[in-house]
Design a protein around this ligand. Structure first.
Ligand code: AHR
Length: 509
């Protein structure tokens, strides 16, 4: 492979504003995420504010998390919100049937979750139970959360300590209702969505987001049949259509060959096929693009870490996962005109997490650092970026999955360098990934019909493709200190180590 790999940015070709919600997160009652990842209780020796860990809030707050989805996942369609309100000592003990039959003492409920969101500065996104409840339950939850006036439910919220409404804007109508959320057919789900969504009343006057359950990966049929069955009138009830795509694994979280490295990154980059395919089907039914495409679960899913319970989905997180996150966020930015929200799975101790927490210790994973590095894209205007870099994988061992990811069966290609670009206030931000596991490259970035000056460069990279952070060595993988590089007219060259992720920022002349 050539050492120089080219990327072209076209500032005159805007795509759309990158909705900050594309950098959203997800926290399910699963394994060690909520307990003890977020909630330790007021009497815990672990420093906390009202029961919520201070170290976790301190670590997450700088990310400016825009939106946080809760309480599931599969857990959502078994969750009854009334279990999680009122005096904590009186709350019922339930069983988390999807996740290891774990005890669920309901110490972390609606009020605690909203307090956590407020501590982070994030908007709450509730996934409501439609699989094992009646519409009344969702309707009541919304009134309890959002009504400012005089009603028994609003009064109950006040009695439980919240004088002001929570103003929860985003309401998921079920989760994976093609599977754990009720094993419904697309037609059954369309009917359930319309029925439940009818009772999502805007108690504060502002219309709420009704978010429908979308497909699993490349299930084009689900997308088509749900939208077709709803018809034009009932489709208007839908603000977003929420797909899930997990790129899975290759090897284990920390043990993999160079071929497996490429296999996982190819499967992650195949997210682009999912977006292109589902948005094409959606365009047939919604040509004005009123319905936003959402990926409210995405990420790597490795075998559970040895010694951890199988139902807890605890996994380590390496520089390879950092590349998964970066490639995926770049795809999202490049489709900013259609995507409304995305939520990586999950926030702490579960799947592709941002933090790992154990007793009184908390560390930032490589995935955390990617969200940190990519922050300037949020709310900026995405512009076209074309990678002219060589292909490093045609999908390899993941070829079937990568092919299936394109509705039109176009050939799949993972390029040595791919990325995304955005502009805000005359400043360009470009992020890019070197997907090659062993070869360093020189990234040549060119902007068309514009000039660059001095750029700030920040990199995430490591000497070993298996590098990750542990409680003994929490800073093995972290962001470099910002450096500056001088452009030559429209062009700039920066070294990009193997498996490295880079951000360049500077004025656009
Ligand atoms: O994120 C873990 C699980 O993956 C979620 O509960 C479910 O929605 C998906 O299958």
């Amino acid at each position: 492979m050539d050492t120089t790999q080219r990327v072209l940015v076209l500032p005159q070709e805007p795509i759309g504003t990158i909705n900050p919600y594309l950098h959203g997160h997800f926290a399910e009652h699963l394994g060690e995420l909520v307990y003890p990842g977020v909630w330790v209780g007021e009497d815990s020796p672990i420093p906390n504010t009202g029961g919520i860990r201070n170290d976790v809030v301190d670590a997450l707050r700088p990310l400016e998390i825009p939106v946080l989805r809760w309480p599931g996942g599969c857990f959502a369609d078994t969750y009854h919100w009334r279990d999680g309100i009122g005096p904590r000592e009186k709350r019922p003990m339930r069983i988390n049937v999807h996740w290891g039959m774990a005890e669920e003492a309901n110490q972390f409920g609606t009020h605690e979750f909203v307090a956590f969101c407020r501590a982070l500065g994030a908007e709450p996104y509730f996934a409501a139970n439609i699989g094992s409840s009646a519409p009344e339950e969702m309707r009541d939850w919304i009134e309890y959360c959002n009504f400012a006036g005089n009603s028994t439910l609003a009064g109950e919220r006040r009695a439980n300590g919240a004088a002001e409404p929570f103003h929860v804007q985003h309401w998921g109508v079920g989760n994976e209702n093609w599977g754990c959320g009720g094993n419904m057919s697309p037609e059954e789900y369309a009917a359930a969505f319309a029925r439940f969504r009818t009772f999502v009343f805007p108690y504060s006057g502002t219309p709420l987001d009704g978010i429908a359950c979308g497909p699993n990966g490349p299930d084009w049929r689900w997308t088509r049949r749900v939208l077709e069955t709803l018809g034009p009138g009932r489709r208007r009830l839908m603000k977003g259509f929420a797909a899930h795509y997990y790129c899975g694994t290759a090897g284990t979280a920390t043990e993999y060959t160079e071929a497996q490295w490429l296999e996982l990154l190819a499967k992650a980059a195949a997210m682009e096929g999912m977006v292109i395919g589902h948005r094409a089907v959606m365009d047939e039914f919604d040509p004005e693009r009123k319905i936003g495409l959402i990926f409210d679960e995405w990420g790597a899913w490795h075998p559970v870490e040895p010694g951890k319970p199988r139902g807890g989905l605890y996994q380590q997180n390496t520089v390879r996962d950092a590349c998964v996150a970066a490639l995926t966020l770049d795809v999202f930015h490049n489709h900013a005109d259609k995507l409304y929200m995305a939520n990586v799975a999950q926030l702490i101790n579960v799947l592709q997490s941002l933090l790992l927490v154990e007793e009184d210790r908390c560390l930032k994973t490589p995935t955390y650092h990617v969200f940190d590095l990519y922050r300037p894209h949020k709310g900026a205007r995405a512009v076209r970026l074309i990678s002219e870099a060589e292909t490093v994988s045609d999908g390899g061992a993941a070829r079937d999955q990568c092919r299936a990811c394109y509705l039109d069966k176009r050939p799949f290609a993972l390029r040595a360098v791919q990325g995304s670009a955005s502009v805000r206030d005359g400043k360009l931000c470009v992020t890019a990934v070197n997907s090659h596991p062993t070869q360093a490259v020189e990234l040549e970035l060119e902007v068309r019909q514009a000039r660059l000056e001095t750029l700030e460069v920040v990199t995430l990279a490591a000497d070993d493709i298996h590098a990750h952070n542990t409680f003994a060595r929490p800073d093995v993988v972290r962001l470099s200190k910002p450096a500056t590089v001088q452009a030559d007219g429209p062009r700039v060259r920066v070294p990009l180590p193997p498996g490295g992720v880079v951000r360049l920022r500077g004025p656009l002349g």
